[in-house]
Design a protein around this ligand. Structure first.
Ligand code: HEC
Length: 164
């Protein structure tokens, strides 16, 4: 036990002497402390940081600006009463055929935007009479008048042709 205590004190003494040695080697700096000097240094560093931060924010802003979507114009210019009526009637068709008539896979609904107006009219009339069977669309077209169908066809044919 005594030996262990002796050994530990020896170790502590060695560590102490070693650290004292390194303390002796510290360079002595006789420069006096001047507050204004230190403050200037500090302010310069702050300025650099501010500049860097500004540049970072500018880069970030540019990146987000570039990602902004391009403003889309109206799909169809509603310059006739027929197109206006077609536009409001088309609201019921959007769930399946999409806002631009691009169709929806999930609904099995084909793209109809940009299709010939006579073709659209013919198909919808054929569905109404049962010549062409389309169970899912029936509730949406049953009450359409002949004029409604013409208006719809005029509007849909003006929608952009769907890119596939
Ligand atoms: C519930 C979903 C649904 C709604 C709502 C709907 N459709 Fe359809 N439509 C379909 C499906 C599905 C087909 C394809 C059926 C087939 O292949 O016979 C289709 C086919 C068509 C076609 C034939 C396309 C072609 O290439 O032959 C036209 C035209 C059409 N729809 C117009 C309309 C219009 C106009 C409306 C709104 C009044 C409308 N649809 C609303 C589901 C829908």
């Amino acid at each position: 036990m005594t030996r262990l205590v002796l050994f530990i004190s020896f170790l502590v003494a060695v560590v102490l002497v070693m650290s004292l040695g390194s303390f002796k080697n510290l360079t002595v700096d006789n420069k006096s402390f001047t507050y204004s000097e230190v403050k200037k240094n500090h302010d310069e560093k702050l300025e650099t940081i501010e500049k860097l931060e500004e540049a970072r924010l500018a880069a970030l802003k540019k990146a987000t600006e570039e990602e902004e979507p391009v403003e889309e114009g109206p799909l169809v210019v509603l310059d006739t009463p027929q197109l206006e009526s077609g536009h409001s009637l088309y609201g019921k068709c959007i769930v399946c055929h999409g806002k631009a008539g691009e169709g929806k896979k999930s609904q099995n609904a084909p793209a109809i935007g940009g299709q010939f107006d006579w073709y659209i009219e013919k198909q919808v009339v054929a569905m109404q009479t049962g010549e062409r069977v389309n169970q899912v669309m029936m509730p949406y077209i049953r009450a359409l008048s002949a004029q409604d169908i013409k208006d719809l066809a005029a509007y849909i044919s003006k929608l952009p042709w769907a890119k596939k």
